[in-house]
Design a protein around this ligand. Structure first.
Ligand SMILES: C=C(O[C@H]1C=CC=C(C(=O)O)[C@@H]1O)C(=O)O
Length: 380
């Protein structure tokens, strides 16, 4: 099925591997020497660094869950390979079939209930109880056959060449697979980069309409406010670790295959070279791009209104080496896969000016990243 197609490292992906692509290079890690699942961020970073120094593992890979108190899943693999990301990644044949043809596709909550959730959140936001909250929903699919993760990864990478395609094994025989446009944090020596995204609009198959959608986003006060909340939070989270920080005045526009986003690239210089990328990722995550602000009020609102546990959705996925360098991305535009069962996740930032119908439409657009890679939607 994948013959003759340039897939880079994805061709060697096997169940249990860890894959993270970026536009320039991709990482495939295999085997397990040790697993670290300590929730305390300082302790986690210290244990992972010690394990790396004491072992011959080239780096540590894995995921932090959305809930800071829940156990992370960090693995010391037996081997890791880097490869330049191929410029001409192409997808493989998509299984095909329209969503209506899938035997079971259950939205959780039902769309009208999601709109009610958003309306409740908007009332709280307008009453000043919090400034922003990100509310997510699921789409649960039961497929006729187990999901072919490698083929799905190939399609995700082909459709989302400017983002990060990932697969990470989770405890309990589940795999989190996705293609995120959002880089949480990269540490290279003393340099730290973060690229928060927030404020979105669905893309359009017609180029003229697509450009109009992008302009609508760039002109939207609600989306700029939503974006600014995230930028301020990321800057505040990085400040204690950095000697200096550079923050552009205005966001720029980035596009995935499905959505336009407002994006800001923040750069900093670390004050302490001992602070690892894993420690920084734990300090930043979950940002208000996936949770909200103030943090505690947003987290409690999510726990109260969302009818499921996010698990590793909206967590952080990445790697860290013995020097502390590494990269972590935000675990969105993803699905948790267990055999023939697939749970897709999609969230939207809710602000006082949010409209429930538009937030529902935004989450539907975000689902299309996975649905298109599964061949369940005609490509735009
Ligand atoms: C929470 C998600 O997206 C976040 C990232 C970028 C833009 C977002 C927004 O505009 O709402 C979300 O904050 C998701 O895709 O599930």
């Amino acid at each position: 099925m994948m013959g003759g197609v340039t897939l880079g490292l994805i061709a060697d992906y096997r169940p249990g591997s860890f894959l993270l692509t970026s536009p320039r290079r991709s990482l495939l890690a295999t085997g397990t020497q040790a697993v670290v699942s300590e929730p305390d961020p300082d302790e986690l970073a210290a244990r992972v660094t010690k394990a790396l120094v004491d072992s011959d593992a080239p780096l540590a890979v894995g995921a932090l869950p959305f809930d800071r108190a829940a156990a992370p899943h960090i693995v010391l693999p037996t081997s890791a390979r880097w490869e330049r990301t191929e410029g001409d990644l192409r997808g493989v044949q998509r299984p095909g079939g329209h969503l209506q043809g899938i035997p079971e596709a259950v939205p959780v909550p039902a769309p009208e209930e999601y709109e009610r959730m958003v309306a409740r959140a908007v009332r709280r936001l307008r009453a000043g109880e919090l400034d922003k909250v990100v509310l997510a929903r699921q789409l649960r699919l039961r497929l006729p056959e187990p999901v072919e993760v490698r083929a799905l990864l190939a399609n995700l990478a082909a459709d989302n060449a400017t983002g990060h395609t990932y697969a990470v094994d989770l405890p309990g025989g589940r795999t989190l697979v996705g293609a995120t446009p959002e880089m949480l944090l990269t540490r290279t020596g003393l340099t730290v980069d973060a690229n928060p995204l927030a404020g979105s609009i669905a893309r359009h198959p017609d180029p003229v309409q697509d450009r109009l959608a992008a302009e609508e986003l760039l002109a939207s006060a609600k989306d700029h406010d939503e974006h600014q909340v995230v930028v301020s939070d990321v800057v505040e989270a990085l400040r204690p670790f950095c000697r200096s920080l550079t923050v552009p005045e205005r966001p720029s526009l980035v596009g995935t295959s499905a959505v336009w986003h407002l994006s800001t690239r923040i750069t900093g210089e670390l004050a302490d070279p001992e602070v690892t990328s894993l420690r920084l990722a734990s300090a930043l995550h979950p940002t208000s791009a996936v949770c909200g602000t103030p943090f505690t009020a947003a987290r409690d609102t999510i726990a109260e209104l969302e009818p499921f546990d996010r698990g590793f959705y909206a967590g952080a996925i990445g790697w860290c080496d013995a020097r502390g360098d590494g990269q972590w991305v935000v675990g969105i535009r993803c699905a948790e896969i267990a055999g023939a069962e697939m749970t897709l996740y999609s969230g939207a930032g809710i602000m006082p000016a949010s409209r429930p119908d538009l937030e529902l439409a935004e989450t539907s657009a975000k689902f299309t990243t996975l649905l298109r890679a599964m061949g369940m939607l005609t490509p735009a």
